[in-house]
Design a protein around this ligand. Structure first.
Ligand code: B12
Length: 438
């Protein structure tokens, strides 16, 4: 490996990010969101980095003890990744190159249907190209070191970097996912199937993953609009249910029904925009040190749940987001990634923790209460309904419409053309493979 690549890795590892890889221009033939020039004109290479999620915080989350440690872990880790990205970009500039850190989420391309987000640059695809990991059954990027429970970051540069070796297509699927698929069981809205594959085309190779039913289902559970599993045995940390989905397989509903249900629920909860906005502002930039001043680390997080919420609400407020102070928990799902550990044994332990964790619903004073059965949860929901006032609902509906329009709505000819070309190549490759399979 050449000198600059080694320097980059030493630089990143010295800042505590152990898993790092590079991909040069010959490795970047794939879906449109692998086009580096969309984010940085003239970029030729990507440096991909992965940080592990905190394991104790994952267990607190999955066991329904508290969602606060995992949320704080995400807040701090995303900022840490932004900082390492910025420092690495500055380092490359000092070496005479151009370079930029990539936003860590919510940097979507403009689209007519804004809720099927296409990132400007896909960190998962970058990580696959740079040999940091491979696609797991859930579509999450999986690493040998930590499984899929990771945060990804990347720096793009005009330097031509030597590429690291990649994992062969289907590496994790064959090695562990076929025996496991706990991720599919951990998704409350059944966004993807435990059986049936689909493919991603990267550098001429087809990478398998679980067939997706409908990506809107992922938004519905990840943004807390419906958090109850179809078998009514466990939930995520979301506040709401879509009543007509209870006890049903949401994936059996048509796409149009799912969209209508998503709008009906999302536009009446009263705090949908600030819940998304925290993620947007957290992931889009490196905040100045004042924002983190006095915010405890995970090990110093107070024991009392309301105190923990105060810490998270304060963090959000310093980033300019208000309106979710009573329950400042933006990351309420992601269970497909959280259960996926570095070994099959760890994954099955995490899944067991989730499957036996029961259901959380808002109880007295809106505080989340954990119960064992669906009947108890349904009774609490009847006794303590969460109802936003008309004013809050109207304001939030207007904020949501205005801001999704402002940041994400539009038509981009370039993305449209790239997408058509990629789709055609993918169809051909899949047909070719089926032909070879006989
Ligand atoms: C959009 C998004 C979401 C959405 C949608 C999730 C999804 N499944 O796509 C929501 C908000 C629901 C979400 C949820 C979660 N996310 Co998220 N999310 C992203 C984001 C911004 C882009 C994901 C992505 O790469 N999509 C594009 C491609 C790869 O997805 P695709 O649909 O499979 O692509 C196909 C087509 O769309 C097409 N295509 C690709 N690009 C383009 C572009 C255009 C224009 C067109 C037309 C087509 C097209 O080709 C592809 C293959 O055929 C990334 C950050 C980033 N910038 O990369 C984080 C990211 C993927 N999320 C992450 C995480 C951790 C989560 C959660 C666990 C929640 C949490 N705790 O944070 C869950 C996991 C859900 C899941 N199973 O994926 C991590 C992933 C870690 C990992 N191990 O992979 C990332 C990388 C953020 C980070 N910085 O770490 N996420």
């Amino acid at each position: 490996m050449a000198l600059l690549e080694n320097e980059i890795k030493d630089f990143v590892r010295a800042r505590g990010v152990e898993v790092v890889g590079t991909a040069g221009p010959e490795r970047l033939d794939g879906p449109p969101s692998l086009d580096l020039s969309y984010t940085m004109p003239g970029a030729r290479s990507v440096v991909s980095m992965a940080l592990p999620m905190d394991t104790d915080a994952i267990y607190d989350f999955l066991c329904k003890r508290s969602p606060a440690p995992h949320n704080l872990d995400q807040f701090l880790s995303y900022q840490r990744m932004q900082r390492v990205g910025k420092e690495l970009a500055d380092f490359l500039v000092l070496r005479g190159h151009r370079a930029t850190g990539v936003p860590l989420s919510a940097d979507y391309r403009r689209a007519v249907y804004v809720f099927r987000p296409r990132p400007a640059f896909s960190l998962r695809l970058g990580a696959m190209a740079a040999g940091v990991g491979g696609q797991g059954w859930s579509g999450n990027l999986k690493t040998r070191e930590y499984g899929a429970s990771i945060y990804l970051g990347a720096v793009l540069t005009d330097a031509v970097l030597e590429s690291d070796p990649v994992l062969p297509p289907g590496y994790f699927i064959a090695e562990s996912c076929v025996k496991c698929k706990r991720c599919a069981k951990a998704c409350p809205s059944n966004m993807f199937e435990a059986n049936g594959e689909e493919y991603l085309l990267l550098n001429g190779e087809l990478h398998p993953r679980g067939r997706r039913n409908n990506i809107d289902l992922c938004h519905i559970s990840c943004f807390g609009l419906h958090g109850l599993s179809a078998d009514k045995r466990y939930s995520n940390w979301g506040l709401h249910w879509i009543d007509t989905w209870v006890g049903r397989r949401p994936e059996d509903r048509s796409h149009l029904h799912v969209i209508l249900d998503m709008f009906k629920r999302g536009l009446t909860v009263g705090d949908a925009w600030p819940r998304f906005d925290v993620l947007r502002v957290l992931c889009s930039k490196l905040w100045p040190p004042e924002v983190l001043e006095g915010i405890p680390g995970l090990e110093d997080l107070p024991e009392e749940e309301s105190e923990r919420y105060r810490v998270l609400a304060e963090f959000s407020r310093r980033m300019g987001v208000t309106g979710i102070d009573d329950y400042p928990i933006p990351m309420i799902c992601g269970q497909c990634a959280l259960v996926c550990g570095p070994t099959l044994q760890e994954t099955s332990e995490r899944y067991r923790a989730l499957a036996e964790s029961g259901i959380v619903v808002p109880g007295p004073g809106g505080r989340m209460v954990r119960v064992d059965t669906y009947e108890e949860a349904a009774e609490l929901r009847r006794r303590y309904p969460l109802r936003a006032g008309m004013g809050a609902k109207a304001k939030d509906a207007l904020d949501s419409i205005a801001n999704w329009h402002r940041y994400y709505f539009g038509f981009e000819p370039r993305s449209f053309v790239q997408s058509r070309i990629y789709s055609r190549k993918l169809r051909r490759a899949v047909k070719g493979q089926r032909g070879m399979d006989g």
